[in-house]
Ligand binder design. Structure first.
Ligand code: UD1
Ligand code: UDP
Length: 359
């Protein structure tokens, strides 16, 4: 049977890397890259490092407003689905590529399989929340990473098609942490492509959400907090706020913040495993902090992954210097407690796909 998988953004490449490998043992997979992320270090590096098969289609759609991007993807994905006539469409997470894939498929009566279904913040102000809700409400199979995601779907009346399978991000993290070990996988490059030597002790930060990185005030607060910590901060910058971060660091002499270009997945895994603490607004990185048992401060108004919040292991902070510093100081106890599966969620994902397609 044939499955069309649709990916477009960095976190989706990582999840697809582990699932595709298992999927291709049983199914004919057609991989569609919408083009949403397109820089070498936002896209191709993941395909190379993680042995993701070359996409069968690259739609080359990126940037613009949410409506324009999603609309163009919808049109282009529909063409692919009409041509390929798959038995199902496989989608990950909550990006505009996810929503476009879901809408294109359901209108053609093709079953939608949603991996990372069910997460809810409880606000429609967040663009990813809209993508999650709409995708879930047209999906035929809801594969949740956690129990809390299942509960959210149950509250929305989605019950029979919901399965908790674990988190493919955890699968990838376990597998690649072993592979990377203590060997630094690549040279860290600053924004001028000069080499950065990784200090013995450092914090790892990522920050790319519009709310934080989209204006000078909030990004300055966050960077000021990081600059005042006892060790340097390594901050690989998403291309959307590269220029802003560069200017703020330069103008304020935040020399304790080491800005660098986005790193490959192996390097990111290395940084997670070797840093002191993590400050982020990324859904992926806050989970990876939890997997690696590192303290995390998430600069965001909403809890995305409730299971990570136990024992202050992950705390929310405002984009405010004092709040971030206070949260980083707050005592937290690490008590291994895995709510994200056993590192082999891809096996359960394939089992559930088998049940759906062979029923
Ligand atoms: C998207 C996801 C977000 C996820 C993030 C992962 C949506 C609505 N949001 O946000 O959930 O956390 O990906 O990283 O889909 N750009 C480049 N080069 C690239 C990619 C992007 O220059 O390779 C620039 C483009 O100018 C683009 C801007 O970054 O307009 C924002 O990219 P976009 O894909 O719209 O959103 P993300 O912030 O990446
Ligand atoms: N990541 C990476 N290089 C970077 C920053 C992040 O490989 O420079 C990885 C990291 O593993 C993270 C994942 O990309 O979990 C997805 O992160 P992103 O913040 O882009 O997306 P989100 O998880 O917020 O949707």
């Amino acid at each position: 049977k044939k499955i069309v998988t649709i990916v477009g953004a960095r976190p989706q490449f990582i999840k697809a890397a582990v699932v595709s490998r298992a999927l291709r043992e049983k199914y004919h997979e057609i991989l569609v890259h919408t083009g949403q992320h397109y820089d070498y270090n936002m896209s191709e590096v993941f395909f190379e490092e993680m042995d993701i098969p070359k996409p069968d289609y690259n739609l080359g759609i990126s940037g613009g407003t949410h409506g324009k991007m999603t609309g163009e993807m919808l049109i282009a994905i529909e063409d692919v689905l009409i041509k390929e006539k798959p038995d199902a469409v496989l989608l990950y997470g909550d990006t505009n590529s996810t929503l476009a894939g879901a809408l294109a498929a359901v209108k053609l009566h093709i079953p939608v399989i949603h991996v990372e279904a069910g997460n809810r913040l409880g606000t429609k102000d967040n663009p990813e929340e809209i993508n999650r809700i709409l995708t879930d409400h047209v999906s035929s199979l809801h594969l949740c990473c956690t129990e809390s995601a299942k509960e959210f779907l149950h509250k929305e009346g989605i019950v029979d098609s919901v399965k908790v399978v674990g988190d493919p991000m955890y699968d990838a993290f376990v597998y690649y942490s072993k592979k990377v070990g203590d060997e630094q996988p690549e040279t860290l490059k600053d924004l001028d492509e000069k080499d950065i030597i990784i200090p013995d002790n450092f914090y790892y930060m990522t920050c790319h959400r519009e709310e934080n990185a989209g204006n000078d005030k909030t990004l300055t607060e966050i960077l000021e907090a990081m600059n005042s910590l006892p060790y340097p901060t390594i901050y690989p910058v998403h291309p959307r706020n590269r220029e802003r971060a560069y200017q703020i660091v330069k103008q304020n002499n935040f020399n304790n913040v080491l800005l660098c270009n986005p790193v490959g997945y192996l390097m990111s895994v290395y940084l997670v495993n070797h840093c002191e603490k993590i400050v982020t607004d990324s859904g992926g990185l806050q989970r990876e902090a939890f997997f690696a048992e590192k303290q995390c401060v998430t600069v965001f108004d909403y809890i995305v992954w409730p299971e990570t919040m136990i024992d202050n292991r992950n705390q929310l902070a405002k984009p405010d210097k004092n709040d971030i510093l206070n949260k980083l100081e707050k005592k937290q106890s690490i008590n291994e407690n895995h709510a994200f599966g056993d590192g082999f969620s891809y096996n359960k994902i394939i089992d559930e796909i088998d049940k759906l397609l062979n029923a």
